[in-house]
Design a protein around this ligand. Structure first.
Ligand code: SF4
Length: 387
């Protein structure tokens, strides 16, 4: 593994160590823990924070197990566990801009367990097609700006915000170059390595991340993988990263991941913030644009839906099938899944649903199911070739 990939993987594997080291090397600076998936991190960057999307950790849940009900998703239950164990004390403050009930439950636990750590809330309207939506989003963005300024204790300079937007756009653009090259079969990085690229972006100082991506692109990435493998699109998995052993297992079963719409994947990097608008207006526009580019079932929009997006993405990448990764008890995903299934049945795209949990994935059972999917796709291709 080359040096930049190694560094990005190291940060993705232990975000807490990165945060602690960053604080030591930046005395007086604050780290803001951000809850996924819609907070405009550029505001925090411009206000002088290191914004870090708080990641699920690898520890088994123990102290926090009894705080949230069993039917909360693995990410929120793990957040509660991290809060109960004091693991989130590395953050100076928390910011939330989403309204998922489970996420708000976890935020309440964080507030309860760390009463001295300020937590700032915003809530963007989820109904995207109302006449009043644009005004409400703009008002909420102004409210969030006020919350960030309150947290930082200083106003956000508009020119600095424009610079932060440019920096974040650069990072997203570089990541998209790599994602597009994978989709077109020009490079080969494993699913776990692709995840490292995005997860490290959620954690690291953006300028440092951009420098590593530039170095990676300059040094070059290995050429495309075997075209003989079954090509898969990975879909879903909000808020937290799928376990890397699951991604490895998919590839072990003879598949190649060519594209995805995971939050720790394309969903996080697809939409830039416009640089030709007033920065606050541009961030409001970004909230709309990203739900068009990769629609999310936590939002309702008449002219953008995830099933159409997924169908188009599969056509574009030439994926032979789809694996839907769903965090167990993720209500928005569960509600929309029947639509995805209907679309995949209609276009005769083989698919498999895998539910994930924080602990105890039945890997051998999952292996058998993935192997069956790969086998089904291979037979379908053999039959099609014989006709
Ligand atoms: S994974 Fe799903 S249920 Fe859990 S916080 Fe995210 S959107 Fe909510």
């Amino acid at each position: 593994m080359n040096a930049p990939l190694h560094r990005l993987a190291e940060v993705a594997a232990d975000p807490d160590a990165y945060v602690v080291a960053w604080k030591q090397s930046h005395p007086g600076r604050k780290v803001a823990g951000v809850l996924p998936m819609n907070f405009p991190e550029e505001l925090l960057h411009a206000a002088g924070f290191l914004p870090v999307v708080i990641q699920e950790n690898r520890d088994p849940d123990s102290d926090g197990r009894v705080i949230l009900a069993e039917f909360y998703c693995g990410y929120t239950r793990n957040l509660a566990d991290q809060a109960a164990k004091g693991k989130l004390d590395i953050y100076d403050t928390y910011f939330v801009a989403d309204h998922c009930v489970q996420l708000l439950g976890a935020a309440d636990v964080m507030r309860f367990k760390a009463p001295g750590t300020p937590i700032y809330f915003g809530q963007f309207i989820a109904s995207m097609s109302e006449e009043s939506t644009a005004r409400k989003v703009r008002n909420e963005m102004e409210h969030i700006v006020g919350e960030v300024e309150r947290g930082a204790g200083t106003p956000i300079d508009r020119e600095r915000l424009a610079e932060s937007i440019r920096l974040y756009n650069t990072d997203r653009r570089l990541l998209r170059m790599i994602f597009d090259a994978r989709r077109e079969g020009r490079i080969h990085l494993s699913g776990a390595q692709m995840q490292d690229l995005v997860k490290s972006s959620m954690v690291m100082d953006k300028a440092e991340h951009v420098a590593l991506l530039e170095q990676l692109l300059t040094e070059g990435i290995a050429a495309g993988g075997s075209q003989a493998r079954v090509k898969l699109h990975l879909s879903g998995h909000f808020c937290h990263a799928p376990k890397q052993e699951l991604l490895d297992l998919i590839e072990d079963c003879g598949a190649m991941i060519v594209d995805d719409d995971l939050y720790h994947g394309r969903r996080y990097i697809t939409t830039d913030v416009r640089e030709d608008l007033d920065p606050i207006e541009a961030l409001s526009t970004w909230y709309f644009d990203r739900n068009v580019n990769v629609p999310c079932p936590t939002r309702v929009q008449h002219d953008a839906d995830w099933d159409t997006y997924l169908s188009n993405a599969v056509s574009e990448s030439g994926a032979d099938g789809v694996i839907v990764l769903m965090a167990k008890f993720c209500e928005p995903h569960m509600l929309l899944y029947p639509e995805l299934r209907k679309m995949m049945d209609e276009r005769d795209t083989p698919y498999l649903l895998i539910e994930t949990e924080h602990e105890g994935l039945p890997m051998e059972t999952i292996r058998t199911r993935i192997e069956a999917l790969v086998e089904r796709i291979s037979r379908k291709a053999t039959v099609a070739a014989a006709l």
